[in-house]
Design a protein around this ligand. Structure first.
Ligand code: NAD
Ligand code: TYD
Length: 365
């Protein structure tokens, strides 16, 4: 198979490639990536020299670029990871989210539709998020594939829009698509502005650990390699036209997760736990902050036999060790755009309290 992986230099895309390129020498893999702040050629540097891998730098929202890459590499499978992904950035400015996530997805679908007529088995696999389903209350059942779409953030709305386009291309043109909607991922090579790497790196550097609102918002965490195995299982054995939810079943409140990371950092560095946990600061909440995500993956488990292989505490320690032993990668993600974002997102945020318990709270759902 010739496999085009969009967003292949980003967090999940690069983990997907680092896992599958060596495993399948008979398949060829091409990463198409614009190398935004979240994309890093170092994330696929271990694949340099592999005969079955190439990196193309380009924009999925540009029809000419997409046409050139399709004509040159003639993919039979597209695994579509490329997206603008940070909810907080989408709140500051949704424009790029619509351009990349909606228009970019459309350009890829158009390219497949015009080139895949009457040829052998093909697949457009769209990687999406559980955030399209909106927010759960504490006692609500987990999201299933039938849960109504109800996106809260511009990011989630743009992903919802792209999901609809992908399914419409199946119904209208018969394009062989599959979709996965996944919960929050963690692991190596995630941009340092997302909660887990931010907390790890700030704790290691002795900087404040910002927690939005009460910290009681809840996320369902999945180790990135378990997500990549799910995507591959769906590409290999999933039914065209179908959607599969992917979740780790590891629900944690943000504050508990941040404390766990602080404890792990203390263990791994020998620094006092109290000193690290004392860095926690409750800060002004994210507008429209979804309260809770939880994903029911029973369809994927029953149909394709997938299950997560690792558990959060062990995989979180593995993730921490990866960030500790890859300072060159970390440094290459910092500076410039990263620093501008950190200043923009945190400087204006009102501080609500510290871990000591001075937090004033906010109405919970
Ligand atoms: P990421 O932000 O780490 O990486 C996105 C990659 O896409 C980057 O390499 C970036 O350079 C590239 N990109 C952005 N705009 C582009 C454009 N116009 N053209 C080409 N490349 C472009 O994201 P991620 O966390 O790896 O997420 C990958 C996919 O998985 C996304 O579609 C996201 O919605 C989905 N997803 C992510 C999570 C998560 O927790 N990270 C959970 C569920 C679903
Ligand atoms: P994030 O990693 O941005 O993922 P998402 O918003 O897609 O779930 O954030 C995970 C959770 O952590 C989310 O509830 C927001 C919260 N959060 C903080 O409390 N502090 C922070 O500095 C960041 C970036 C996120």
């Amino acid at each position: 198979m010739r496999i085009l992986v969009t967003g292949g230099a980003g967090f999940i895309g690069s983990n997907f490639l680092n896992m599958l390129v060596p495993r399948y020498p008979a398949h060829s893999f091409v990463a198409l990536d614009k190398l935004t702040y979240a994309g890093n050629p170092l994330s696929v540097a271990d694949l340099e020299g592999a005969k079955n891998f190439a990196l193309e730098v380009g924009d999925i929202a540009d029809a000419d670029t997409v046409a050139r890459v399709f004509d040159q590499h003639r993919p039979d499978v597209v695994v579509h990871f490329a997206a603008e992904t940070h909810v907080d950035r989408s709140i500051v400015d949704p424009t790029e989210f619509v351009r990349t996530n909606v228009v970019g997805t459309l350009q890829l679908l158009n390219a497949c539709k015009t080139r895949w007529k009457g040829e052998g088995p093909r697949r457009f696999h769209h990687v999406s998020t559980d955030e399209v389903y909106g927010s759960l209350g504490d006692d609500d059942p987990a999201f299933t594939e039938d849960t109504r779409y109800d996106p809260s953030s511009p990011y989630a709305a743009s992903k919802a829009s792209s999901d609809h386009l992908v399914r419409a291309f199946h119904r209208t043109y018969g394009l062989p698509i599959t979709v996965t909607n996944c919960s929050n991922n963690y692991g190596p090579r995630q941009a340092p502005e997302k909660l887990i790497p931010l907390t790890i790196l700030n704790a290691l550097d002795g900087r404040e650990l910002p927690v939005y609102g009460t910290g009681r918002n809840c996320r369902d965490w999945l180790y990135v390699e378990d997500h990549c195995e799910a995507v591959w299982a769906v590409i290999e054995r999933g039914v065209p036209g179908r959607t599969y939810n992917v979740g780790g079943g590891e629900e944690r409140r943000n504050i508990d997760l941040v404390r766990t990371i602080g404890q792990l950092v203390a263990e791994e560095t020998g620094r006092p736990e109290a000193e690290i946990l004392g860095l926690i600061r409750f800060v002004e909440d994210r507008p429209g902050h979804d309260w809770r995500y939880a994903v029911d993956s029973s369809k994927l488990r029953a149909e394709l036999g997938w299950a997560p292989r690792v558990e959060l505490p062990a995989a979180l320690r593995r993730t921490l060790r990866w960030y500790m032993s890859n300072p060159a990668w970390v440094e290459s993600m910092r500076g410039g755009e990263h620093d501008r974002w950190m200043e923009k997102n945190y400087e204006g945020r009102q501080q609500l309290g510290s871990a000591a318990g001075t937090h004033h709270g906010r109405t919970e759902r």
